[in-house]
Unconditional design. Sequence first.
Length: 493
Amino acid sequence: MNDHAPSRTTPDLLQRPLRMLIGEQWVEAASGEVLDVENPASGEVVAAAPRGAAADVDQAVQAARHSFDAGTWHRLSGVRRERIMLRLAELLEQHHQELVHLEVLDCGMPISLAGKAIERGVDGFRYYAGMCTKIYGVTSDISGPRADFHAYSRCEPAGVAALIIPWNSPLVAALNKLGPALAAGCSVILKPAEQTPLTALRLGELALEAGVPAGVVNIVTGLGNEAGAALSRHPDVDKLSFTGSTAVGKQLIRDSATNLKRLTLELGGKSPVFIFNDADMDKAIPRAANAIFANTGQICYAGSRLYIQKESFDRVVAGIADIARNMRIGDGFDPKTQMGPLISEQQQRRVLEYIDLGVAEGAELVEGGGRFGESGYFVSPTVFNTTGKTGRLTQEEIFGPVLAAMPFSGLEDLATLANDTDYGLGAGVFTRDVGNAHMAAKLIRTGNVWVNFYGGTDKSLPFGGYKQSGWGREGGQDGIDAFLEKKSVYIRL
Ligand code: NAI
Ligand code: MG
């Protein structure tokens, strides 16, 4: 177990100007412009990152293309690539406290949450290091009438891959994509969110130190509609893996049509949680509260719609409101903090607007409902009773600590309620009845269902969304397939 306490000294990364990684060079943006990096717990500017744009993206894509065409990475043996990836995993662990420090400073996460998330992220990276030696196709005797063939399929890296990630758990998001991309043999350009460039840049330094050849990992910081759009439109990017909003996901489909990039999209959600009367309430209530309040609701599969079987409705709502009222809100560096700030002033405004909207739609505000504190981008954990109300509060992704609670009857209306949304990412079911649990898991159209707990993923299983929650899957074999092309070879004997 790592000690999640932050390093006492300011991380070295913040004592020098931040630079982007292109090929083997650490560079400023071609324009010389920078973007401020804020600590969301205070609003203070803690660093300035290059404002990379089209010209910088072009350089990074060329560096990735060059390394890919030269085969500096994908032509290494699986064992060599695995060794380098494992070395990177070790370096990430050696620098754990520093990375946790950067993450808490950058996105405001409570320190224990950041520590555990990064530990799990590195475990996931190791899982994919192990896949380097397990990529192969099939041999076939041919199904057609002639038997005198030898045929086989090959798995080859997709090529140059752009990885565009969000700000809600930045290092983990980077590792989740970098692991399978590198295992598959791709050369990559990683673009962190403009709000959170710090851990991605440190990851780039550690990747070089671990022995990843120059040009295989490039890192461009900058705005979504500048650096991000340049990547998704670039004709020399073969594969694009994105995590973020559904609106941007749709834009990427349009922009990547230029050269029909392979796309993986991990998008938003409005995930339902169902609590049956027979659930173990001592566990169900805090876990349902955590489903929406963890990371200040800034989780793609946050359990933002809570359905409670009628007879238990008042008890569960009171229990969750109680947890919300007593939650310790504050700076992520304080080890007692349970909920940190939202990422930015913009997100704070957006969440407060949704709260106003909920009130305007006639929902009953049970707990919270406003800004918290004088500085920083805090919002109080908020609980609405939305019984009998349908509207944007119960349909749209808020990405903040705002829960909509309403009753359900039982298995008979569960599927209709669960599936009454454009999204399909996650769902939770709390019950002691095994039949109800499995039946619910079958009826709910989401990529993930958690029973008697909520959230969390494992690399052995696919992760992704139905409907407008995305295209494709990360995790497991699917995660690596997303960075591979398959080729069939026929030999006439
Ligand atoms: P976003 O989807 O705009 O940003 C995510 C990433 O996409 C960032 O790296 C950003 O720079 C990049 N990006 C933005 N526009 C782009 C474009 N046109 N082309 C290429 N890349 C682009 O998310 P944003 O605006 O920061 O947050 C707004 C809402 O999106 C949140 O309130 C939440 O509802 C949702 N969201 C969902 C996430 C998830 O994990 N499902 C993560 C982040 C945001
Ligand atoms: Mg945006």
